[in-house]
Design a binder for this molecule. Structure first.
Ligand SMILES: NC(=O)c1ccc[n+]([C@@H]2O[C@H](COP(=O)([O-])OP(=O)(O)OC[C@H]3O[C@@H](n4cnc5c(N)ncnc54)[C@H](OP(=O)(O)O)[C@@H]3O)[C@@H](O)[C@H]2O)c1
Length: 322
């Protein structure tokens, strides 16, 4: 099969022929239609976090996919060849075929294209687990979402709004209309205003998709007993205790149940995916260049720097495989 591989940390992506995976009794072989690019792919490839994310090189990136079941292991009862699915993989989705466990997949929503479906699993489940599992968000509460127009943020805005929470998001001013259209009642332009200076009321939950100073300042707007959930870096427990709030860094734990729930919301049109660009699989290196601007210094690519022109609109970058 064709696949995109990384041969060494910090190296170039190589598009070439590799052996098609074989499946265990409890796995399915999926013929991949599309996969999507995540920040984590670039971080892993750079080797800067190899203590946390060690790679078995050569390595095929790719944490999510959409496709069709090609073959099932003898212990798999829930799926049949020909089923359209989407889901998570620990790695390996930048390829024509992938061996996956049923615990990480769900039926592809029928109203979504394969490209749209591939953009969903990581961002939507991170948002779900961030705001509900870790943030304990409930109807009637207020949530502040940093990076609301990003891939994860946009699902967090939609899911929180659907739950009946009041949603405030920080984002670039250009994204205000988009964020209002998906459920944010207020958008604070992070390039022009400091959220802690303009927010009059405190919030129950902060979902931090940015980190650094943004995370630190978030405690100033969090109610006592509130929850700060971070997706990018650990939260200072001293700061959390000082503000009588909880603070934790989450890590996505893919779940077929959560993804199935998200699939239903997509299918009924309650939430929607957002694909910014689609590239052919062999152009994965270009897709990585597009996303690297948000990750200063990663993979040897130069940072965009503050005030740099925006490289793309909101939404995920997808790779078309077939
Ligand atoms: N812990 C986990 O399990 C997990 C899972 C998935 C993702 N993540 C992490 O979550 C983060 C977000 O991922 P993503 O895929 O949503 O990223 P993304 O699509 O690149 O979105 C980032 C968004 O943040 C905005 N932004 C940049 N600086 C900001 C600031 N200071 N204040 C407010 N908004 C700002 C960007 O807007 P402009 O482009 O207009 O500047 C962009 O819309 C990444 O760091 C990713 O690695 C963690």
């Amino acid at each position: 099969m064709k696949a995109v591989r990384l041969l060494e940390y910090g190296g170039q992506l190589v598009f070439s022929d590799v052996p098609t995976p074989t499946i265990a009794r409890d796995e399915i072989l999926a013929r991949i239609k599309s996969t999507a690019v995540n920040h984590l792919d670039l971080v892993e490839a750079s080797g800067t976090a190899r203590q946390i994310f060690p790679l078995d090189l050569p390595w095929i990136p790719g944490h999510e996919f959409s496709g069709v079941v090609e073959q099932i292991g003898s212990d798999v009862a829930a799926w049949e060849p020909g089923d359209a699915v989407f889901g998570n993989s620990g790695m390996g989705a930048y390829a024509e075929y992938l061996a996956v466990k049923p615990a990480a997949i769900a039926r592809k929503p029928s109203n979504l294209s394969f490209e749209e479906a591939a953009s969903v699993p990581v961002a939507s489940q991170t948002a779900w687990q961030g705001i509900f599992t870790h943030g304990h968000l409930e109807k009637g509460q207020t949530i502040l979402i940093h990076g609301g127009a990003g891939a994860v943020g946009a699902y967090a805005v939609q899911l929180a709004s659907h739950t009946g929470a009041t949603v405030i998001a920080t984002a670039s001013g250009d994204d205000e209309a988009y964020l209002n259209s998906i459920g944010a009642s207020r958008v604070i332009d992070y390039r022009k205003e400091q959220f802690e200076k303009v927010l009059r009321e405190k919030v129950d939950v902060v979902f931090d998709l940015i980190g650094g100073d943004t995370q630190k300042r978030s405690f100033l707007v969090l109610k006592e007993g509130g929850h700060l959930v971070a997706a990018t870096q650990p939260v200072s427990q001293e700061e959390a205790a000082r503000h009588h709030a909880s603070g934790e860094m989450m890590r996505l734990v893919p779940s077929a149940d959560v993804l199935g729930g998200i699939a239903r919301l997509l299918e009924e049109g309650t939430i929607r995916p957002d694909v910014a660009t689609a590239y052919a699989l062999q152009d994965a290196a270009q897709a990585w260049k597009d996303i690297a601007g948000n990750l200063p210094g990663v993979h040897g690519m130069s940072p965009s720097g503050p005030g740099a022109p925006r490289r793309r609109s909101h939404g995920k970058i997808v790779l078309r495989v077939a």
